[in-house]
Design a protein around this ligand. Structure first.
Ligand code: GLN
Length: 386
């Protein structure tokens, strides 16, 4: 019989597929996987159609279409006062997922240590492992802040890279200027590459500003800065993202990208370049989601859950420690089946399944969906306790 030795024996199916699958199966309101259930801007759909009709249907250039790279350079200068060269520093990729994968592929050699901060987005750990790297997990503190002393102690001669994510999935916490300054000091005089996952850069609340690595020249010179159009333009299914990195890193990234996907779909790149010209499309996003966050928090306050702070992203964490001692993975499955609301357990984002009895709700949904979800939690309130 044919067999295959798994390269990732510990890895199962990603929690996002598992919970969305279960939500569909039992007809629960799906507040688990992070994707909007409202419509994409019709103007953008029209722009994609126009690009297709204009004949932009063949391979895009490997590094991405020129007009989109130029639009990103312009936006980055406008937002973060950082100039970048669209030809040598910006690459369009098939989502932030591909960007992170390619960045790790070109950085990690056998035995290299890569530090991740847990809870960590579920793509990081298996990808580091796949390339023979050693994952060095550091737990964020009880308020999900970076424990800088622990981080400092974890750095040694084998440390090849550090991954950060702000605004942070799943916690909704953002890094502040003082965090970036500390990182700058910590990494100075090291050979450590920084991978900065900034896919929620425009989903940030309470008048705070996104502290992009692009604003910190000393960090920027050692970083892959990654973003995704999926989050900003309600188009997660288009799988369009990009990476900004200095020349020497971009060169290596593209060596992987060209043999991974080669290039990313053409008409959507043209459409996005056009759409980006109107700054309101991203400048209005904090208000758009802040209103949803506030309404959702108000609704969630009617349930027995205890909410944690939410400074950015479209995720709201809630503790159920006072309701049940079940494992969060069991709790979310039971909640989906019995209270008809699907959420994400946070322990899956820890290498050792640290279970703080916290679950994640996605509020990138129509008010109608959020209301139905809360209605179910109230209707089946008994099921929240065990
Ligand atoms: N990033 C999304 C989330 O956190 C899911 C993306 C995916 O399913 N791969 O929910």
């Amino acid at each position: 019989m044919l067999t295959l030795k798994s390269k990732l024996p510990q890895v199962g199916t990603t929690i996002f597929s598992v919970m969305s699958g279960l939500a569909n199966e039992v007809s629960a309101i799906n507040l688990s996987q992070g994707f909007p259930d409202f419509e994409t801007n019709t103007e953008m759909i029209e722009l994609v159609n126009q690009a297709m009709k204009k004949g932009f249907n063949q391979y895009a250039p490997m590094l991405g279409v020129q007009v989109l790279r130029e639009a990103i350079a312009e936006k980055t200068e406008f937002l973060y006062q950082a100039k970048c060269n669209p030809d040598t520093e910006i690459t369009i990729l098939s989502g932030a997922s591909e960007a992170i994968f390619d960045a790790l592929a070109c950085v990690v050699n056998q035995g290299d240590e890569v530090i991740i901060l847990e809870p960590a987005y579920d793509l990081y750990l298996p990808t580091i492992t796949l390339f023979g790297g050693k994952v060095v997990p550091i737990s964020l503190d009880e308020n999900y802040q970076i424990p800088f002393d622990t981080l400092k102690n974890a750095i040694n001669a084998n440390t090849k890279a550090l991954i950060i994510n702000t605004p942070h999935n799943p916690t909704g916490i953002i890094l502040k200027a003082k965090d970036l300054q500390q990182l700058e000091n910590l990494l100075e005089n090291t050979n450590i590459i920084l991978i900065s996952d900034e896919v929620y850069e425009h989903i940030i609340f309470d008048g705070q500003t996104h502290e992009s690595v692009m604003k910190y020249p000393k960090l920027r010179e050692r970083s892959f800065v990654i973003s995704s159009f999926g989050k900003t333009y309600h188009t997660t299914g288009w799988k369009l993202g990009y990476c900004i990195a200095p020349d020497f890193l971009t060169k290596e990234l593209r060596k992987i990208h060209q043999f991974n996907t080669f290039s990313t779909n053409t008409p959507m790149q043209y459409a996005m370049a056009e759409f980006l010209k109107n700054k309101h499309h991203y400048l209005d996003l904090p208000n758009f989601y802040e209103e949803r966050r506030d309404k959702f928090r108000k609704m969630l306050a009617e349930t027995p859950f205890k909410m944690l702070p939410c400074e950015g992203t479209y995720f709201q964490l809630a503790s159920y420690e006072h309701l049940s001692q079940e494992k969060d993975t069991d709790y979310t499955i039971r909640l989906t089946k019995e209270a008809k609301v699907a959420t994400i357990p946070i322990s899956v984002f820890y290498h050792n399944q640290t279970d703080r009895k916290v679950i994640r709700f996605c509020f990138a949904k129509k008010y109608e969906t959020l209301e139905k979800g809360i209605e179910n939690l109230i209707k089946f309130k008994d099921k929240l306790y065990r």
